[in-house]
Design a protein around this ligand. Sequence first.
Ligand code: NAP
Length: 322
Amino acid sequence: MKAIRVHNYGGPEALIYEDVPEPEPKADEARVKIEAIGLNFIDVYQRTGLYPLPTPFTLGMEAAGIVDAVGDDVTEVRKGDRVAYAMIPGSYAEYAVVPAAKLAPLPGSIDAKVAAGLMLQGMTAHYLTQSTYPLKRGETALVHAAAGGVGLLLIQAAKIAGARVIGTVSNEAKAQLAKEAGADEVILYTQSDFLAEVRRITDGAGVHVVYDSVGATTFDKSLDCLRPRGYMVLFGQSSGPVAPVNPGILATKGSLFLTRPSLNHYTLTRAELLERANALFQWTAAGKLKLRIESVYPLQDAAEAQRQLEARKTTGKVILIP
Ligand SMILES: NC(=O)c1ccc[n+]([C@@H]2O[C@H](COP(=O)([O-])OP(=O)(O)OC[C@H]3O[C@@H](n4cnc5c(N)ncnc54)[C@H](OP(=O)(O)O)[C@@H]3O)[C@@H](O)[C@H]2O)c1
């Protein structure tokens, strides 16, 4: 089968489209014939070695498709089931083997591209707003990179929770998308000081929670956007890793909470995984959540798709087709 593998960490040129043997499922695994692959920023971190995997490895952490073989002990799915999954390496390929317990069965209303677009970024939006900091009606959230893959879904999940959402984006076209997704206020953080804008919008009170995936360039000011006892949820580093933090600043800035969550720890059991995935499928079927698929690339053009993502040129979800 064809797959995209990384032999040496590096730039997009490190992605090699090549022939590899079809994987065989172990006793607790299913093999998925992949129909659609989700592109995510974590793919960039793994390609560059920021999150190292032993080389060579097949890139990609999210896909949807059809179960085409199962191991002897598998009870969760059967051959022919439509499924999707996230956070299992190896999805940039025609087939992948996945622990069966990590597969979410798809309802008929959810097609493969939508499923491949919802699992990783959608479950992230779900856990951030429902579990990491469970947003309450009337509270205010600041969402950075609000027109990105996670960003557009995070705005909608926060609105479903009843919150007021302030988004930050780098240009007018992205601002329009964030507004269409439901953001109450949008700040162009490349043109104005987002801290001053947040203070103005909240009449000096600050926000209850900051969802910050941008990292290096936003972290310090994000802390200053919070009201006393606010939650700083750092969940990524698209602009680079955050420098080490002295916990004392959490006291001086208002007895703040700081967490650095990861989707893996919010889908620990099959029950938790299915609860989050099914909530997303139901929100989507009910028209409460809309996934914006911005572009669809053939798998062999994954390097170009990653270039666009790293250059801040994408909005919403990018899908690869094997
Ligand atoms: N912890 C978790 O569980 C978890 C799960 C999923 C994703 N994440 C994180 O969430 C973030 C978003 O992921 P995504 O896949 O949805 O990507 P994305 O948001 O679609 O793309 C990244 C966005 O970050 C913004 N950005 C700001 N400075 C940047 C820079 N120097 N270089 C590149 N981008 C920059 C850009 O938006 P503007 O142009 O508007 O600034 C860009 O479009 C990533 O950091 C990812 O690691 C974390």
